[in-house]
Design a protein around this ligand. Structure first.
Ligand code: PLP
Length: 355
């Protein structure tokens, strides 16, 4: 059976450019910290990747600190001085949410951790836009702003320098790089407690020999992602997503398309199907050959309704009946048409069973 991968927000397929760069990096013998020719070659590869990532996110290469991913990068939030509150946007990813820390007292400083593009709904809340609403409350209180740009990079234009953020977190596998490599983008002049102590790598911020293969793959993916974005590749993706959205919504007058009409990532569709559990939808679609994801999180065998959707005001029942379909370049109208047909028939069956 031909499977169709529609879960790009969980992880995107590895780009051929990243694969080639990684294969090249495997041939490099040196340690980037060594002073001999082999070491310098490794270092040059790493610095090239740093510049590629910097160009893709709109910052200087010196602002890029390579980490094992966005989750590690976000753990900077637990390395802030004592007494710092960490305020977290309620729809933010768990890797930020886990660091929520309040109660430092009136005297304490504040950091706001904000998700620019939501992984479940694709809704984009830009700092400028937020300034008109919720952001104002925070900006009066926040000394530092950390932006989670994991889902935005390569899909929508973004510039760290322009954003006014102090920190940003990035993960390579969301834009076609390998898994397990990412970066903290740190504004010049801002200091943090290092992620790890030791050899002083990454400008003293994260000791340990760098993951050169992963870094090379991340750099190549960042460059390719920026090129695709500039070439309008994601405009076509948005067209396919919109077709999918209207086909799924046409099948039933009950569905709720979350974020329709709001600024959204071009590739994401979050759909609530009342009467049909998200987890059941995922399993039914998996059996039919489609990889999608539920808008709910599962931990220790217990399915919880999506925190993102409940924070948006949906009740728990609806929040547990959402699926996320996330696509990318190369997913065609025919592909999503096939999915829509299968999903619509399965939903009708599920409703008939429940009646
Ligand atoms: N932030 C967002 C918005 C994400 O979607 C993800 C991945 O799911 C992360 C952060 C964490 O990325 P990683 O698991 O690669 O560290």
């Amino acid at each position: 059976m031909n499977r169709l991968y529609l879960d790009w927000n969980a992880t995107a397929p590895l780009r051929p450019e990243a694969k080639a760069a990684m294969a090249g990096a495997m041939e490099v013998v040196g340690n980037p910290s060594s002073v001999h020719a082999e070491g310098r070659a490794a270092k040059a590869l790493m610095e090239r990747a740093r510049a590629q990532v910097a160009a893709a996110v709109g910052c200087a290469p010196d602002n890029v600190i390579f980490t094992s991913g966005a989750t590690e990068a976000a753990s900077v939030l637990s390395r802030l001085p004592q007494g710092y509150d960490v305020l977290v946007d309620p729809t933010a990813h768990d890797c930020l949410w886990a660091h929520f820390r309040s109660g430092g007292g009136a005297e304490s400083g504040h950091t706001l951790a904000w998700g620019l593009a939501n992984n479940e709904t694709g809704i984009i809340t830009e700092p400028k836009r937020a300034a008109e609403g919720g952001w104002e409350y925070y900006s009066r209180r926040a000394d530092w702003l950390l932006l989670d740009i994991v889902q935005a990079v390569g899909k929508v234009p973004f510039s760290f320098a322009w954003s006014g953020a102090d920190m940003a977190i990035v993960s390579a596998h969301k834009f076609g790089g390998p898994k397990g490599i990412g970066a903290l983008i740190l504004r010049s002049g801002l200091d943090i407690q290092p992620y790890a102590l030791g050899g002083g790598q990454e400008m003293g911020r994260r000791a340990g020999t760098e993951n050169l293969i992963g870094i090379a793959g991340m750099g190549a993916a960042a460059e390719a992602a920026a090129r695709d974005l500039a070439n309008g590749v994601w405009d076509e993706v948005a067209e396919v997503r919109n077709i999918l959205e209207s086909e799924l919504s046409a099948g039933s007058n009950k569905t709720i398309s979350v974020g329709n009409g709001l600024p959204r990532l071009p590739n994401t569709l979050c759909l609530i199907a009342p009467g049909w559990k998200g987890e059941t939808q995922v399993m039914a679609m998996d059996l039919a050959g489609f990889a999608v994801s539920a808008g709910s999180a599962c931990s220790s065998g217990k399915v919880r309704p999506s925190r993102v959707l409940t924070a948006m005001g949906f009740d728990e029942a609806l929040a547990a009946q959402a699926i996320r379909v996330s696509i990318g370049p190369g997913v065609t109208k025919d592909d999503v048409g096939r999915f829509a047909k299968t999903w619509t028939a399965a939903y009708a069956k599920a409703l008939a069973r429940a009646a």
